[in-house]
Write a protein that binds this ligand. Structure first.
Ligand code: HAM
Length: 459
């Protein structure tokens, strides 16, 4: 029998708290599902950083927060995202619930938000309604770097305003979110027309692709009948080559769509947003009309484009609200950013991401009465807003100081039997090792002074 090869072991460095990359679980069938990802504590700083940038921009543009359910009727997505889109045909997590209803995990946020707009009569609010949402979305796609089966989107929608300035506002918001977190990007923008001009363009496109049918991939042969515009963003080399010579939507826009698109571009020029006109940005979702866009990372002067690399994407969808039973001709436009993709880009470009706030203070205690008082003191200090840690299990002072050292706190408070009797506490500066006895009733002003001094000394 051939000798078994030694399985590769992941070496865990002693000081590493959490390790990336799943290792084999001993119990079979309990490991992380394919395409899913744990967001470990070490990644929280990226998460928070991205989230804060989005919140800053959503606040300054006066967006209201909305949360819609993760589960919705499957029909909602079929009617909106589109029955011939890849998402609906191949990627939905759909099932029948205990009540026999066909439901799905949302593959994107726009349909749920549009449904909520109609269902809650938001048309009666002053228009436009600007809404922002955040949460997980699910697509059963082939997993790879930057493409997961559960991922998080931050989604922005402006409903009830058809002005080109709205498209430009949303494009510049997405650009500035990425700029604020330290990423250089470029916007790819296109217009895919409206129900008035698209049929003529579609006919031309089908004629063109029919003449090249034998060289298209199998998926695109199928798309030819149902979703010919998607051939333009197929990732197969042969299809890309054929698509490169295909008629372009912008040459067949009706006057309304053409004027709209020109104005969007003018606004982008005024706002100094870098963009490229890209006829391949046709988007895979059925509801889009007019403007469509995707934003790509620029690293060392090179753009990272491709079907599965956009950091943010969106467009206008003027027919969707009516399609859901809302008031006719309610225009809308929006975009979503993919948190995991941005996180990868931040890591790849070694962007400057600030660490999360850690504990400032450690409280060490010695003896039974000190431990009792420590519990109360911890609560008091936390109420004052200090980030404070303690280890109420360890008894030895050196073990507790060693722990405080590992945490990297600036100050350790030491409470022993003597200090309890004297109503004092020892305050130790962890950098210099110097200690001072402080009256317990003056501890808070003393700590405020010390921490302020430490903060001022950090450049
Ligand atoms: P989308 O292009 O399907 O658009 O997704 C938006 C963003 O989500 C992408 O640019 C990407 O950053 C991220 N993303 C998409 N798929 C994955 C995946 N499998 N793994 C990780 N990240 C992914 C929409 O979802 C539209 N609802 C956007 C929109 C809002 N249009 C109008 N309003």
């Amino acid at each position: 029998m051939p000798a078994k090869k030694n399985p590769k072991k992941t070496v865990i460095k002693k000081d590493e708290k959490y390790v990336d990359g799943p290792r084999k679980m001993k119990a079979k069938g309990l490991q992380l599902l394919k395409g899913m990802k744990d967001v470990l504590p070490q990644d929280q700083r990226y998460w928070q950083f991205i989230f804060k940038a989005c919140r800053r921009i959503s606040n300054s543009h006066c967006f209201d927060w909305i949360e819609t359910p993760i589960l919705e009727s499957t029909n909602l997505f079929i009617r909106t995202t589109g029955k011939d889109s890849d998402i609906i045909k191949k990627e939905m997590f759909s099932f029948t619930d205990q009540g026999g209803e066909n439901i799905s995990l949302r593959p994107e946020m726009t349909p749920g938000i549009a449904r909520a707009y109609v269902e809650h009569g938001m048309i009666n609010l002053p228009q436009p309604v600007k809404i922002f949402s955040y949460g997980p979305v699910f697509r059963h796609d082939k997993p790879q770097a930057g493409r997961y089966r559960q991922f998080s989107q931050l989604d922005f929608e402006i409903l009830g305003d058809g002005a080109p300035a709205v498209d430009a506002e949303l494009i510049s918001m997405s650009y500035f979110i990425l700029h604020d977190v330290g990423l250089e990007t470029n916007v790819h923008v296109n217009s895919i027309g409206c129900p008035a001009c698209r049929p003529q363009y579609r006919r031309l496109l089908v004629d063109y692709f029919r003449s090249k049918r034998k060289n298209l991939c199998e998926d695109c042969k199928e798309r030819l009948n149902k979703n010919p515009m998607r051939i333009l963003d197929c990732k197969e080399e042969a299809c890309q080559e054929i698509g490169g010579e295909a008629p372009q939507t912008v040459d067949y826009l009706c006057d309304d769509c053409k004027t709209h698109f020109m104005k969007v571009l003018e606004h982008l020029d005024e706002a100094d947003i870098p963009y490229t006109l890209d006829p391949k940005i046709v988007r895979g979702l059925d509801y889009y009309t007019k403007t469509t866009f995707e934003i790509f990372l620029v690293q060392k002067g090179e753009e990272k484009t491709g079907r599965q690399t956009a950091l943010a994407a969106g467009g206008r969808y003027d027919g969707l609200i009516e399609q859901l039973g809302g008031r006719a001709e309610t225009p809308a436009c929006g975009f979503a950013v993919g948190v995991e993709r941005i996180m990868l880009a931040l890591k790849e470009t070694e962007a400057d991401v600030p660490p999360l706030k850690q504990a400032d203070i450690f409280l060490a205690q010695l003896g039974v009465s000190a431990r009792k008082q420590a519990v109360r003191l911890l609560e008091e200090l936390r109420e004052e807003g200090y980030h404070i840690k303690a280890n109420l299990v360890k008894d030895s002072l050196s073990a507790q100081l060693g722990f405080a050292n590992k945490l990297g706190v600036k100050i350790t408070l030491i409470l022993g039997q003597k200090e309890v009797l004297d109503k004092t506490i020892l305050v130790r500066d962890m950098d210099t090792g110097s200690q001072e006895i402080v009256d317990i009733n003056k501890l808070i002003p003393d700590l405020n002074k010390r921490l302020k001094k430490i903060e001022e000394s950090i450049i």
